[in-house]
Design a protein around this ligand. Structure first.
Ligand code: HSE
Length: 406
């Protein structure tokens, strides 16, 4: 029997423990010895849980037990998750995680420690919840020159945008729903302000180029400024507003444009129909063409399923490293101000003439859709820095949202 330990008995950690029980047969079909969670590390007691006897409060009990071969780290946050993961890897114990914050900050370092100690550091669940995307990036897509990744990478905000689109429900109420369903981060500002999606596109971009795309270097915008009026305009134009993480190869500079922001996605794009908590990652490879990975991006069992798949891989590879190509070297990114983009803009009606002068070739958007006192338009493709400069000359910009190309 392969003995494992789970660090953090929250939504995902408890899902991992239960899933290993519920799907015992599936697990042992692949890992013939079977797999068992021997310890659960948490600060809390769980007197009503059937797993209460496995709860420990001291990480050293796990570290010093030679039976433990795999650790599942579902604590979230950087510390003590980083210290515990590093110590385990240094002892040759593989670590599997859903902790995107830690992976985005220390991924290549922990991968190197794993390799030096003949074990593995795997993080399938850190991006897209239950969607297999990290493993395909590392295997099936390896022969490709990937030129674009566009992802709906945050279940909470996609759930919120979908509910706001379909029903007249307030931002606060719909956020509460997402929290109750266990989708949101402990501090949901990380979801709403785009930082969670930003960490995930940083991880995917790093795997895309094999170097480190630092999440701090990525231009990041969330959804808190999106109004019901914007949502109505998008619908009238046959589009839906989605928070996207985008990474695109800049062929001239040999690097990437990477951004997280809300976009108006056209109905013709496969990401348009991705609703509720679902996430999707759309990848363009130079010879493969387009491929899209779709599934539940958050929630207890979908995320746990991805973690357990990693734990099983580690169980099948004890004493050796499952390699992931991701070096510490920093990837310089292209200046996002030079990216050519079309914008949807709302200004007061009194600014119509000025807007038309500043943005020649702009087209009025969904006439009659919004309030009488405003002018909404779509710009021609323009460099983002030039757009920012021109729009600063308007007395008021009620909204400016990027349009995803067809
Ligand atoms: N808060 C995250 C989300 C959880 O909503 O996508 C999964 O990473």
């Amino acid at each position: 029997m392969i003995k494992a330990a789970v660090l953090g008995f929250g939504t995902v950690g408890s899902g991992v423990v239960e899933l290993i029980d519920i799907n015992k047969k599936s697990v042992s079909r692949h890992v013939s010895e079977g797999m068992e969670v021997k310890y659960i590390l948490d600060l809390r007691e769980f007197p009503d849980s059937p797993y209460r006897d496995r709860v420990v409060h001291d990480f050293n009990i796990i570290l010093e037990d030679p039976e433990i071969k795999v650790i599942c780290e579902t604590m979230g946050g950087k510390e003590p998750a980083y210290t515990f993961s590093r110590k385990a890897l240094e002892r040759g114990i593989s670590v599997c995680t859903s902790n995107k914050e830690l992976v985005a900050a220390h991924g290549p370092e922990l991968l190197k420690i794993a390799e030096q100690n003949h074990c593995s550091y795997l993080f399938e669940a850190s991006v897209g919840g239950g969607i297999p995307i990290i493993r395909p990036m590392n295997t099936s897509l390896a022969p490709e020159n990937i030129t674009q990744i566009i992802g709906i990478l945050n279940g909470t905000t996609n759930y919120m945008m979908t509910r706001m689109e379909l029903e007249d429900i307030s931002f606060e109420d719909v956020l509460r729903e997402a929290q109750e369903k266990g989708y949101a981060e402990k501090n949901p500002a990380a979801d709403i302000e785009g930082r969670d999606a930003c960490r995930k596109i940083a991880i995917l971009s790093s795997l895309m180029c094999g170097k480190t795309v630092r999440f701090e270097d990525i231009s990041c915008e969330g959804i808190s400024h999106i109004s019901m009026t914007d949502v109505a305009y998008a619908r009238s134009m046959g589009r839906a507003i989605k928070l996207l993480g985008i990474s695109e190869r800049d062929e001239e500079a040999g690097t990437f444009y990477v951004r997280t922001a809300p976009f108006m996605v056209p109905a013709s794009h496969p990401l348009h129909g991705v609703e509720d908590v679902f996430n999707a990652v759309f990848v363009h490879g130079n010879l493969l063409d387009n491929v899209m990975f779709y599934g539940r991006g958050a929630g207890k069992f979908p995320t746990a399923s991805a973690v357990v798949s990693d734990m099983m891989d580690c169980a099948l590879n004890i004493g050796q490293t499952i390699r992931i190509r991701w070096e510490d070297e920093k990837m310089e990114l292209s200046d996002p101000g030079q990216k050519i983009t079309q914008f949807f803009v709302r200004v007061p009606a009194s600014e119509k003439a000025r807007a038309q002068e500043l943005f020649p070739g702009c087209v009025e958007a969904a006439p009659g859709c919004g309030p009488d006192d405003e002018f909404a338009f779509v710009t021609e493709p323009v460099a983002e820095a030039a757009f920012a400069e021109c729009s600063s000359r308007l007395s008021e910009v009620r909204s400016a949202i990027r349009m995803l190309a067809d």
